[in-house]
Ligand binder design. Structure first.
Ligand SMILES: [Fe+2]
Ligand SMILES: [Fe+2]
Length: 334
């Protein structure tokens, strides 16, 4: 019997007493232990549901807020080709947000409520999107480093224990790897260009390197919820392990581009077979997460304005749906 069958037989009249609950918990644990997926109608512990809603909502918000820093460059892209690429990329991020809000809805979350929480500052999004994008090189560096870090974080989520989240991640990761490559290609073009372009790229790398490392979250010893998420197989690797993977993947790419990563402690460790690197400024991460980053207020204000300006679209869509439902009812009655 699967957890789903168990929960529907409980709904079908079996006594939902203590014993039934124990059975459901056991089935849930077995499903996780066998590396099988939990699906929306399966019974799941409250903590699992809450943790997932929080994680998936934060992820959805990050995709949507993440449209802003690069979106600012759409009207100023240096060529039609770059404009078309950037447009497509920013639109992909909107799509990622929508898949993820849908995944959150399968857990019983209400999308309007999640948006409300975001614009009231009650729910978070990735700290990385609170940094400014003063030059076009930022577009390339975001693709290379920020989408690159997102891939390191998200590829293991394709095996997350919650089915709708894992399946959304499969598609998202395919698009993220495109994003990463377009960023890298843009930087390749710029570093082969003029001295001023190379400087612009180096400056952007200097500004984004440390915030990208912070995308993996606080160090493991300061990440108290990680162990539980890993036991539930929502999360597959620790923050520090993912950060290390990102560094190991990125250093050779930086060498190929001919840019310096701004970390004097960065060096190959023969014994470990991995790179050693310096410690990010965790006080800065805390500051940015708690709302005091360079662009936090601006990002949330812009999201709020877009939501308010879109109210008429939501009202029109609801009125249209109501009218169509009434017409169908009338047709069925006739
Ligand atoms: Fe994305
Ligand atoms: Fe992306």
């Amino acid at each position: 019997m699967t957890a789903r069958q168990a929960s529907s037989s409980a709904e079908d009249g079996a006594p939902p007493g203590r014993r039934a609950h124990g059975d459901l918990q056991e089935l849930f644990d077995e499903t996780i232990a066998r590396d099988q997926r939990i699906e929306p109608r399966d019974w799941m512990p409250d903590g699992y549901r809450k943790t997932l809603i929080r994680q998936v909502a934060q992820h959805a918000h990050s995709e949507i807020i993440g449209m802003q820093p690069e979106g600012e460059w759409i009207t100023r892209a240096p060529s039609l080709r770059r404009k078309a690429i950037l447009f497509a990329k920013v639109q992909d991020e909107a799509g990622h947000g929508l898949y993820l809000y849908s995944a959150a809805e399968t857990l019983g979350a209400d999308r309007a409520d999640l948006t409300q929480r975001l614009i009231e500052g009650r729910q978070k999004y990735s700290s990385i999107f609170n940094y400014p994008t003063p030059t076009f090189a930022d577009v390339g560096v975001i693709g290379w480093l920020v989408d690159g870090a997102a891939i390191c974080n998200q590829v293991p989520l394709c095996r997350s224990s919650y089915g709708p989240y894992a399946r959304a991640m499969v598609r998202i990761c395919k698009e993220e790897s495109f994003h990463q490559r377009q960023g890298y290609e843009l930087l390749m073009t710029m570093t082969r260009g003029t001295g001023a372009q190379r400087e612009m790229v180096q400056d952007a790398v200097n500004r984004w390197w440390w915030p990208s490392l912070m995308m993996f979250g606080p160090p493991d010893e300061d990440s108290p919820n990680s162990a539980r998420s890993m036991a539930w197989k929502i999360k597959r690797h620790s923050n520090d392990e993912l950060r290390q993977r990102f560094v190991d993947m990125t250093v050779p790419q930086a060498e190929k581009l001919g840019v310096n990563l701004p970390d004097p402690e960065l060096r190959w460790n023969e014994e470990r077979g991995r790179y050693d690197f310096g410690t990010p400024d965790w006080a800065e991460l805390k500051r940015v997460i708690s709302g005091d980053g360079p662009c936090n207020a601006e990002r949330v204000a812009r999201r709020r304005a877009a939501h308010e300006e879109g109210a008429w679209v939501r009202e029109a869509a609801a009125a249209h749906a109501a009218k169509r439902a009434a017409r169908q009812r009338k047709g069925a009655a006739a």
